[in-house]
Structure formats: structure tokens, C-alpha cells
Design a protein around this ligand. Structure first.
Ligand code: ARG
Length: 295
């Protein structure tokens, strides 16, 4: 179910937040899960013996799509390909900044054909493609926070891809190491909350994160860089609460992440609840189904 709650500017004022949150219009790429199923295991959530309901996956995905449209965002679609059941998780298809798409090179053979399929889509839609040499799973492991790219490694994207990423975009890349196999992509453990740019230029962007998904050194980096971050409880992380999409004001999250929902409200954000339980059987959630197209 999709719920739109009260305007968050009122919530922010009531909570005495320092400033009203600013919503930014986003451009996203999604893929209707017409061929969704779980037929192999490449993360701990996937259990091929459990039945999947493709029609339910499509309905839940549609609710996410409709939510983005209702909030004023622009959503582009890539055609799903039979035999690629994980293609619904478009976040893994690349990483896009300023019209340049750094292509994905998937870790596991089952998803490898998705890399060229997404690169074709980028080219056909006017993006310049930087072909990857190194193994990387796009926005699943790379998150733009302000003008810095946080990059995950440990399960999927390699440390070498972080260097390649820095060369392609000429931005600061901060490597973070994931240690819990349930949180194998960075976007399952960190949620970027704030706009990259506000009326006064690049603003200090904030994040929410799951402390225990990271090794000690990465925990320290996060604590130093983001002293105001929302630290999310393990129980909210375990229901993929961090796998969310924010436009600076509205934060689309799982309805099961109750504690995170309350933390967001306290800070003046507007949590919008969308349930993707069927897609969680593949080990993905809201953010996984969403790739940001930055032009
Ligand atoms: N079954 C997919 C995989 O294991 C799920 C990908 C989830 N995507 C994400 N951005 N976390 O690759």
C-alpha cells in the first residue's frame, strides 16, 4: 500500500527543525518486473525453492512507480528481458552523473548480460557511456552524497572499480567495506537523504546508515564525515529500511522500518511507505529498483 502523509513542511515546523526540507525533482530509470522470479542464489535473501508471485511483484513495483509520478518525478523505463529476472533492480545497471553513465560489470554470470543491455539504453537515450574494465554493480554500490561518491566493496564491486570510478568522474571517492552478507550492496546499508544542490549551491548532504553493516575502519570514516547522520537500528536495517529513495523531503521507505520512519519524521522528512515484500525475495527493495539519471 502507498501512503502519502501530511505535508512535511508542517511536520518540520512542528518538530522545530532548523530549516524546511527542500524537495528536488528527480529523474529515475526503472524496469517493470515482468520476468521476475528467484531461480538462482547470489545473495542470502534468494531461495529458489520458495515460490514467487510475479503478478504481485508487478503490482508492488507499480505502486512505487505511481508514487514517484505522484511526487512529480520523471520515470524512464528500460524494457525487461526474459531470462534476466534481476533486471528490475535497475540501481545495479550503472552510475550516472552529468549525462555520463559509468557502465556496470556484474560480479555473477547470471546477471552479466544486464551490463550491455543498460549501456545500450544509456546510449540510445543520449548518455555518454564509460565502459567499465573493473567489476562494479553501479548505484547499488556507489552513492553520490553532496559532491563525494561513497563506494562499497566487500561483496560485489571491487576496490579497483573505485579507482576507475574516480577517474571517470573526477570526484572524491570514499571506499567503504561491507561485512554482513545480508547487506551486500552499499544501498542496503546507506540511504542518501539530502539534495545534492540547493538554492545556495552544493549543500551539506546527510545520510542514514546501518553501523553494523560496515567494518570498524569504515564505521570510523562514516562517524567522522557524517556526525549528524541518522543511525538506523539493526531491526530496521534487517527489513531493508535503508534501501530507500529520498528527494530531499519525501523519503520512500519500507512500511516495516518503524524506527527509521520515526527518526525521519523527527528530522522533518516526510516518510512515504511503499511495500516491496515480493521483490525482497530477490534481495532487493525500493532503492534497488531505482536508478537516478543525473544530467
Ligand atoms: N538479486 C539481486 C542481486 O543479488 C538483487 C540486487 C539488489 N540491488 C541493489 N541495488 N541492492 O544482485
Amino acid at each position: 500500500s502507498t501512503q502519502n502523509t501530511a505535508p512535511a513542511t508542517a511536520t518540520a515546523a512542528a518538530a522545530g527543525a532548523a530549516s524546511a526540507r527542500i524537495q528536488q525533482t528527480r529523474r529515475y530509470l526503472m524496469c517493470r518486473p515482468e520476468h521476475f522470479t528467484v531461480s538462482y542464489t547470489i545473495n542470502p535473501w534468494m531461495e529458489p525453492a520458495n515460490p514467487t508471485d510475479t503478478a504481485l511483484a508487478v503490482r508492488q513495483w507499480q505502486a512505487l512507480y505511481d508514487t514517484y509520478i505522484a511526487l512529480g518525478h520523471e520515470v524512464h523505463l528500460i524494457d525487461p528481458i526474459a531470462g534476466l529476472p534481476d533486471m528490475v533492480y535497475t540501481a545495479n545497471g550503472g552510475f550516472v552523473i552529468d549525462g555520463v553513465a559509468y557502465g556496470a560489470k556484474f560480479r555473477f554470470q547470471e546477471r552479466m548480460p544486464e551490463g550491455p543491455a543498460f549501456m545500450d539504453w544509456f546510449r540510445d537515450n543520449g548518455y555518454e557511456v564509460a565502459e567499465p574494465v573493473e567489476v562494479n554493480e553501479g548505484e547499488g554500490d556507489f552513492l553520490l552524497v553532496g559532491d563525494t561518491i561513497l563506494a562499497g566493496t566487500g561483496f560485489r564491486s571491487t576496490g579497483d572499480s573505485h579507482r576507475e570510478l574516480a577517474e571517470v568522474f573526477g570526484k572524491e571517492v570514499v571506499s567503504l567495506t561491507l561485512v554482513d552478507p545480508r547487506f551486500y550492496h552499499l544501498d542496503t546499508a546507506i540511504s542518501v537523504l539530502d539534495p545534492v544542490e540547493g538554492p545556495g549551491g552544493v549543500e551539506k548532504a546527510n545520510i542514514a546508515y546501518l553501523v553494523h553493516a560496515f567494518d570498524k575502519a569504515s564505521q570510523q570514516v562514516l562517524a567522522e564525515r557524517y556526525p549528524d547522520a541518522i543511525r538506523v537500528a539493526d531491526e530496521d536495517g534487517a527489513v531493508f529500511g535503508l534501501n530507500s529513495a529520498s528527494d530531499g523531503l519525501n523519503v520512500i521507505i519500507s512500511p516495516r522500518a518503524k524506527g527509521f520512519e520515526a527518526q525521519l519524521r523527527e528530522r522533518g522528512y516526510n516518510p512515504v511507505l511503499v511495500d516491496l515484500s515480493e521483490l525482497l525475495l530477490g534481495g532487493g527493495g525500493i532503492k534497488c529498483c531505482t536508478l537516478e539519471l543525473r544530467r
